[in-house]
Structures are given as structure tokens and as C-alpha cells.
Design a protein around this ligand. Structure first.
Ligand code: IMP
Length: 215
């Protein structure tokens, strides 16, 4: 059993397609920490979710990074979508020569166990890498630092490279109309077609492989 802490039932259905174990949804809307990278946001969410559930959990976080804008909007994708809107995001890069971008999705897993307790393929020498150094530096109290160190999180990232284009297509959600992959925007693809390519799917596939090998 895998517990996916998310308010989005669609993400749970997508996760079930990749995982052999049954995936249960816990719709706990944990407060998101602000940080400059998705992994830090997701890691913090996984720890909060783990404390809430009291057992192994996954959470996810995703966003769009635009190279010409130094990775913006990244972890602020949701806020930027709600405030600027995707048409204005397109306007920001319309005159750029390089309109390359990527969708990034992170699955963060926390089960309360230190990574030494897990067999390969977890590289025990690298266990500290999963807790981003900037996160420790940005922790607000000493207690938070100590607690973070006791709750390691495993991060699985999926990336889809693409190009920002003028909005096209009626399907999908979020930034799909401005994100072109292989000649089509995500909004021009069927859901099934998009799911085979998606950043979340790529992250889920990595998590599924790790979970499978770990048992
Ligand atoms: P969340 O992490 O899934 O809540 O997504 C963060 C932001 O990225 C929101 O603005 C979403 O609309 C956007 N986003 C996440 N995944 C996708 C996607 O597959 N297509 C388009 N936008 C996405």
C-alpha cells in the first residue's frame, strides 16, 4: 500500500498506473513551504504528510522552468498561473531566441526510516544528498534542522524538455497550451498520450522501480 497525500484524485489514478501496490489517497492539504526548488518544497511536504499520516507517504510537486527566465516560474508555477496567467507567460518569452523550457515533477517519499535501513539500490553514501543543503540553511529553528535530519526523504524527479509557444489546443490544464513537445502542445494531445510523456509519469516510473527493488 502506498499513501499518496494529495487533494487531487487524478494524480492518484495516474500513480496507480505505475505502481503494483494499491495507492490510497489521503486528501490532506498540507501547507507548502516556499523555496527556490521543487525538491525542497516536496521534501518538506513529505515530512509534514508523514507526520500527519503516521506511515509511509508520497507527495508530489511540479512546475515549469523556462531557460530564458532562469528557471522561472519553477516552484512558483501555480502562483504565476493564477496571477499572470499563461498568455502573459507566453508574452514574457515571445521575443526570446531561446524558448526552451521543461516540465519538472518531483515525487518525494518519506517513511521515517533512515536510508541506512534500506538495501540497495539506495546509495547509503549519498543519503544526505536528498536533503538539500539550502533547506537546512533555510530552516527556521534548530529544532527544525534536527528534525529534518531525522526524517530523510527520497526524491524522484521526472523532466520533459520542450519549447514555450503561443497557446494552442483545448485539452489538458495549467501550462499545457504553451508547452510544445515534439511538434504538439500538451493541450493538443489526448490525456493518454500526454500521460505517457509527462514529467509526473517519469517521476512515478522512477519511484515504482525503486519501490519494486526495495521490497
Ligand atoms: P502542482 O504541483 O501539480 O500543484 O502544479 C504546480 C503548477 O504547475 C500548477 O500551476 C499546475 O497547473 C502546473 N502544472 C503541473 N503539472 C502540469 C501539467 O502536466 N501540465 C500543465 N501544467 C502543469
Amino acid at each position: 500500500m502506498v499513501t499518496f497525500v494529495t487533494t487531487n484524485a487524478g494524480k492518484v489514478t495516474e500513480a496507480q498506473e505505475y505502481l503494483d501496490d494499491p495507492v490510497e489517497q489521503v486528501a490532506f492539504d498540507y501547507p507548502e513551504r516556499q523555496a527556490d526548488d521543487l525538491a525542497t518544497v516536496a521534501a518538506h511536504g513529505a515530512r509534514t504528510a508523514y507526520r500527519h499520516v503516521g506511515g509511509p507517504v508520497i507527495v508530489d510537486d511540479s512546475g515549469l522552468t523556462i531557460d530564458a527566465l532562469d528557471g522561472f516560474p519553477g516552484p512558483y508555477s501555480s502562483y504565476v498561473e493564477d496571477t499572470l496567467g499563461i498568455e502573459r507567460v507566453w508574452n514574457l518569452v515571445a521575443d526570446e531566441d531561446d524558448r526552451s523550457a521543461a516540465f519538472r515533477g518531483v515525487i518525494a517519499y518519506c517513511d521515517g526510516d533512515p536510508f541506512e535501513a534500506t538495501p540497495e539500490p539506495v546509495d547509503t553514501d549519498r543519503r544526505g544528498d536528498d536533503i538539500d543543503a539550502t533547506e537546512r540553511a533555510s530552516a527556521t529553528t534548530d529544532e527544525q534542522v534536527a528534525d529534518d535530519e531525522q526524517l530523510p526523504v527520497r526524491i524522484f524527479e521526472g523532466v520533459v524538455p520542450g519549447t514555450i509557444v503561443e497557446p494552442r489546443g483545448e485539452g489538458g490544464f495549467g501550462y499545457d497550451p504553451v508547452f510544445e513537445f515534439d511538434g504538439q502542445t500538451f493541450a493538443e494531445m489526448s490525456t493518454a498520450e500526454k500521460n505517457t510523456i509527462s514529467h509526473r509519469g517519469r517521476a512515478l516510473a522512477k519511484f515504482a522501480e525503486w519501490l519494486h527493488l526495495r521490497v
